[in-house]
Design a protein around this ligand. Structure first.
Ligand SMILES: O=C(O)C1=C[C@@H](OP(=O)(O)O)[C@@H](O)[C@H](O)C1
Ligand SMILES: C=C(OP(=O)(O)O)C(=O)O
Length: 450
């Protein structure tokens, strides 16, 4: 798999009003899981609307390497014929996950549940990210690990003959850690229990139930989520339609709010309540944002998100909202730069271990474009009311969300905003530039400095 390489800079320029209706590609979290669960299900799982971006294509390649048959027809329908829980095969070469935290960490759980050895590699960004959060519980489940110092990629796992079912209290709010433990527990002879003090996205739980696993979620004495999964289920093939990714929709939605005169609708967006923290926050900021055509499909709430440009005001974002908008802080920070008054965000420690240190990357990007910020260890304050935004170049550190967020900033700025690299956008949202241009956004190769 090609790794995103540095070096395709782009500038975004002030646009006229953005107008139109778009659909963004399928949800990344549901796409990864559709392929993985299909790979441990006997029979043919069909997936419509799969996100065809580098991260998810890496998961498709990994599932093939583990023995599943994964195909795509000319209409974009994906078919996965799997091997059943416990049936995955030892891959003959390394599994390359590129830039994808979700793809790599969830597959570690899946592979750890099988008595096979597999080696995981990724790009420079993924090789810096902490894997101990997943490897610690997997070791307790009997998985052998050989990893670089500090539990970084590249690493090799070998699953035990019999997976030990454990009870695990997730020490950081992370759907990836929760999911890795559950995926390893799928092939244990007993009940795996995961305790989540803070709720994170629940796609693993919902989809495993949909595939026929015996999984229940109850509330613990302190309100924590207690998830119990009976191991070795016989999963049933599914027909899945992946809704639009709210984390991708966020870019067009914020652009529509901050570019004067805009009127933008993003259709068919996943509105799972554990994913909609950004929309709640934008409404608190005074956004003209409405949900239209709301419906339930495949057990998930979906709707069209309609925004008109709005005068936003700064707010304090409650830290407990962080898991429901964890990937949206970069674009929220851009919205905050155009608001009157200050926006304060706290509880952001997880932002430091994403594709980049997003807290630092956002703070530097805003400052480089004239927006005053205060970066704390786990917090960010964006000072609103700047009259001249733009003119800076933003280092993206192999981080797609930093690239897209600052391009959106340039569309509403008083001077162009340049990002140093757009190649990583292909990891999650390859049609970003085309869709935004269709709404009226202007991008161009940066003017040289001399
Ligand atoms: O489980 C998932 O699909 C994801 C979980 C989140 O990561 P963490 O579990 O590290 O918070 C999120 O940032 C990522 O984009 C997708
Ligand atoms: C954090 C993200 O993804 P991952 O952890 O899957 O690399 C993201 O897409 O913002």
């Amino acid at each position: 798999m090609a790794h995103a390489s540095a070096g395709t800079p782009l500038s975004a320029l002030a646009s006229g009003p953005l107008t139109g209706r778009i659909r963004v590609p399928g949800d990344k979290s549901i796409s990864h899981r559709s392929l993985m669960f299909g790979a441990v299900t006997v029979g043919e799982t069909r997936i419509e609307g799969l996100l065809e971006a580098e991260d998810v294509l890496g998961t498709a390649a990994a599932m093939r390497a583990l023995g599943a048959t994964v195909t795509r027809d000319g209409e974009g329908l994906w078919r996965v014929s799997g091997l059943g829980v416990g049936g995955l095969l030892e891959p003959e070469s390394v599994l390359d996950f590129g830039n994808a935290g979700t793809g790599s960490r969830l597959t570690m759980g899946l592979v750890g549940g099988h008595a096979v050895a597999a080696t995981f590699v990724g790009d420079a960004s993924l090789s810096r990210r902490p894997m101990g959060r997943v490897l610690d519980p997997l070791r307790r489940m009997g998985v052998e690990v050989i990893a670089r110092k500090g539990d970084r990629l590249p690493l090799t796992l070998r699953g035990p003959d019999t997976v030990i079912p454990i009870e695990y209290r997730v020490p950081v709010p992370s759907a990836q850690v929760k999911s890795a433990v559950l995926l390893c527990g799928l092939n244990s002879p007993g009940v795996t229990t995961v305790i989540e003090p803070v709720a994170t996205r629940d796609h693993t739980e919902r989809m495993l139930v949909g595939f026929g696993a015996a999984l229940e979620v109850t509330a613990g004495p302190a309100g924590e989520r207690v998830i119990r999964l009976q191991g070795r289920p016989s999963l049933k093939p599914q027909a899945i339609t992946v809704p639009g990714d709210p984390s991708s929709a966020a870019f067009a939605i914020v652009a529509g709010l901050i570019v004067p005169g805009s009127d933008v609708t993003v259709e068919n967006v996943l509105l799972n309540p554990l994913r909609t923290g950004l929309f709640t926050t934008l409404l608190e900021m005074g956004a003209d944002l409405t949900i239209e055509n709301e419906r339930v499909t495949g057990g998930e709430r979906i709707g069209d998100v309609h925004v008109r440009s709005s005068r936003l005001k700064g707010v304090a974002v409650p830290p407990e909202r962080a898991p429901s908008m964890i990937d949206e802080y970069p674009i929220l920070s851009v919205a905050a730069a155009f608001a009157e008054g200050d926006t304060f965000m706290d509880g952001l420690e997880e932002l430091r271990v994403k594709e980049s240190d997003r807290l630092s990357a956002v703070a530097h990007g805003l400052a480089a474009n004239g927006v005053p910020v205060e970066e704390g260890e786990t917090s960010l304050k964006v000072i609103g009311g700047t009259r001249r935004i733009g003119g800076g170049t933003v280092p993206t550190h192999l981080d797609h969300r930093i690239a897209m967020s600052f391009l959106v900033m340039g569309l509403a700025g008083q001077a162009p905003v340049t990002v140093d690299d757009t190649a990583t956008i292909a990891t999650s949202f390859p049609s970003f530039l085309g869709l935004m241009t269709g709404l009226g956004a202007r991008f161009e190769a940066p003017q040289s400095a001399d």
